[in-house]
Ligand binder design. Structure first.
Ligand code: ZN
Length: 180
């Protein structure tokens, strides 16, 4: 599995291109489609997966010609941010292209993480960053929900590599004292 990180927009959102040979997922194409498009040339993009509905993660999603997937409880935010609906609303526990969808509300009501147990990789959006967690003071945010979401994530194997929505990668093991 190849993971390419492209930092997009003023908020330096991490857009990830996850590929195997000829197929790819694009995670959070927030802005700067001109930087993303060349990286997916020659790949069959199976889906655009949005970790949550904030504009800095979704704004360019509809320009890449692939189905849009988002957590079902964040669909209204996508509609608000882009005026368009998702192709597939995601539920907790669904499997997609080898990734398990883990519902992690708190930053937004329907935020999701994408966890690949075999590859020991998780994409955490704005739920878990290196040394921090996402804001809970925006509309739909909840401190108590993000704490229970973080508990779920920190139960994953410590060697799991974490690719967050902003900032540098980390591991579950390195974030174990986040809640202490
Ligand atoms: Zn956000």
């Amino acid at each position: 599995m190849n993971i390419k990180t492209i930092k997009v927009g003023e908020l330096r959102t991490n857009c990830y291109i996850v590929s195997d040979d000829k197929e790819a997922l694009v995670i959070d194409p927030g802005f700067e489609i001109e930087k993303i498009a060349p990286e997916i040339a020659g790949l069959k993009v199976k889906a655009i997966v949005l970790t949550h509905g904030h504009y800095d993660h979704v704004t360019e999603a509809f320009g890449l010609g692939a189905p849009i997937w988002i957590g079902e409880k964040d669909e209204f935010m996508l509609l608000h941010s882009t005026g368009k609906k998702a192709d597939r609303p995601l539920k907790d526990g669904e499997m997609l292209q080898g990734f398990k969808i883990i519902l992690t509300p708190g930053h937004t009501p329907g935020g999701i993480c994408l966890y690949n147990e075999k590859e020991k990789v998780i994409f955490t959006g704005d739920t878990l960053f290196a040394g921090d967690h996402g804001r809970t003071d925006l509309p739909g945010g909840s401190e108590s929900e993000i704490l229970s979401s973080l508990k779920k994530l920190l139960d994953l194997p410590p060697e799991t590599r974490v690719y967050p929505g902003h900032g540098r990668p980390t591991t579950i093991g390195d974030e174990q004292n986040l809640l202490q």
